[in-house]
Design a protein around this ligand. Structure first.
Ligand SMILES: [Zn+2]
Length: 450
């Protein structure tokens, strides 16, 4: 949070001129000609050339910052569609045993680091995140927009069951595991418990619901091949979410788990790297989103697993090659996320994971997916969207989440792997959280500027 105290924060209602920038708007594969972008409040007011700039700022408008972009590329803030704010930067051991207040502070630090890597929005795919989200939205902590799932809903023995063997059986009046009390996962069996667990997340403000539909790589109890929940239980979660105007996304890898989830009305599959072409065509038919990660793009990722987990991870990594190819062939909508877990060093490489996606997509496709593409997935939260407005695009009226890149990421995607040196400006919701560009202030000292 050191950086935020150095940042120039535009006060509410202030305007910022970003002069002499070339725009990647999140949609087009072509950069704009050099132009000027005006941000007023938390939204983009104007994207224009020299002729239009005069008069765009209201006469006498105070607190107008002028930033010289020096011909660099302005792009929408990055969106990570599968992130775990609370789990990315702490070890599993710390998570399972840590004091909840301490873990909350660690989450807040991690959120600040996430934003300073250029990720202005994350879809949080599970974890105790409502508190840190609230603190960010209130301006107490610097961080990205968070679309929270809250606790990951898991059956007993499922991918969200982190209990030790001695904690089972739970019993009628049995205790909750530490991670359940923390709000990290919710163990729920049967329709009524699934309904309750789903509604508890919605009560806290979940923008979508995350359910574990099958085994995982880093699981204690559930092999990759298992299917979790019955179709009836899964449908219960879907109905409770849809009654609240939003959707369920599931962790699943296999044909059986994915097909059952789709039959139950699930709208998005996280991972899914082991499915066959038949399932991909079913996803295309139902308009199901496929939220993929760059698993297997580096050996470094594999090194952190124990030998048994490594074999499973390699299986998934090979599946990623097939997944991108099949998604493209069948026109399935692909989102991108990192799923970084329990490792601060890996979390620091969030941008590198985006760059690694180049193995399957062109730089333009990578950038479009991580901006306007992921934003389309976020919009499925409907009225549960905590941040109404257009994200992932640069156009008048869109929310002002912006990055200024020293160079052109469309031709040099590697720039995004080194945000510290490559990003000269990070703005979220109209507020500047990093700025190393020459800046002039039209109106003297500003309120709220440190
Ligand atoms: Zn995950």
């Amino acid at each position: 949070m050191q950086e935020s105290s150095q940042a120039q924060l535009t006060s509410s209602g202030a305007a910022t001129w970003l002069r002499n920038v070339r725009v990647f708007d999140g949609v087009s594969d072509q950069l704009s000609e050099p132009c000027h972008v005006l941000v007023r409040g938390n939204a983009i007011a104007l994207v224009g050339d020299d002729g239009e700039q005069d008069g765009a700022a209201a006469p006498g408008e105070r607190n107008v910052l002028e930033i010289d972009g020096a011909g660099n590329v302005l792009m929408p803030g990055l969106i990570d569609a599968h992130y775990h704010t609370a789990f990315a930067s702490v070890s599993l051991q710390e998570l399972m045993t840590g004091d909840l207040g301490y873990l909350g502070i660690r989450s807040a630090e991690a959120a600040t680091e996430t934003l300073l890597r250029g990720f202005t929005t994350v879809r949080d795919a599970g974890g105790p995140v409502f508190g840190v989200k609230r603190a960010i939205d209130e301006g107490r902590v610097v961080g990205p927009r968070i679309f929270p799932s809250g606790a990951m809903i898991s059956q007993t023995s499922g991918h969200g069951d982190f209990r030790q063997p001695y904690e089972v059986p739970r019993g009628v009046c049995g205790h909750f595991a530490h991670i359940e009390i923390a709000g990290g996962s919710a163990i729920a069996d049967g329709v009524s418990e699934v309904l309750r667990a789903t509604r508890e997340q919605l009560m806290h403000g979940a923008s979508q619901i995350k359910v574990m539909a099958g085994g995982g790589v880093a699981s204690s109890y559930d092999p990759l091949d298992v299917t979790e929940y019955t179709e009836v239980e899964m449908r219960a979660a879907v109905e409770a979410a849809e009654n609240w105007g939003t959707y369920v996304t599931v962790h699943a890898y296999t044909d059986r788990a994915v097909q059952q989830a789709i039959r139950a009305g699930v709208r998005c599959i996280e991972h899914g790297q082991l499915v066959t072409e038949e399932t991909v065509s079913i996803m295309a038919e139902h308009g199901t989103w496929w939220s993929l990660q760059a698993f297997g793009a580096s050996e470094q990722q594999i090194a952190k697993f124990d030998p048994a987990q490594r074999a499973r991870f390699r299986q998934v990594a090979e599946g990623t090659d097939r997944a991108y190819a099949l998604a493209a062939k069948h026109g399935v909508k692909v989102a991108w996320g990192t799923d970084l877990l329990f490792d601060p060093a890996a979390a620091a490489g969030q941008g590198s994971m985006l760059v690694a996606t180049r193995r399957w997509q062109t730089p333009f496709e990578v950038l479009r997916t991580a901006t306007s593409g992921n934003a389309e997935l976020l919009a499925m939260s409907g009225q549960r969207n905590p941040y109404p407005g257009a994200l992932g695009v640069i156009r008048p009226g869109a929310l002002a989440d912006l990055l200024l890149v020293r160079g052109n990421p469309l031709t040099d995607l590697d720039l995004l792997a080194s945000p510290d040196t490559s990003l000269s400006l990070i703005m979220r919701d109209g507020r500047i959280h990093k700025n190393t560009c020459p800046t002039t202030d039209d109106s003297g000292p500003q309120p709220g500027q440190h």
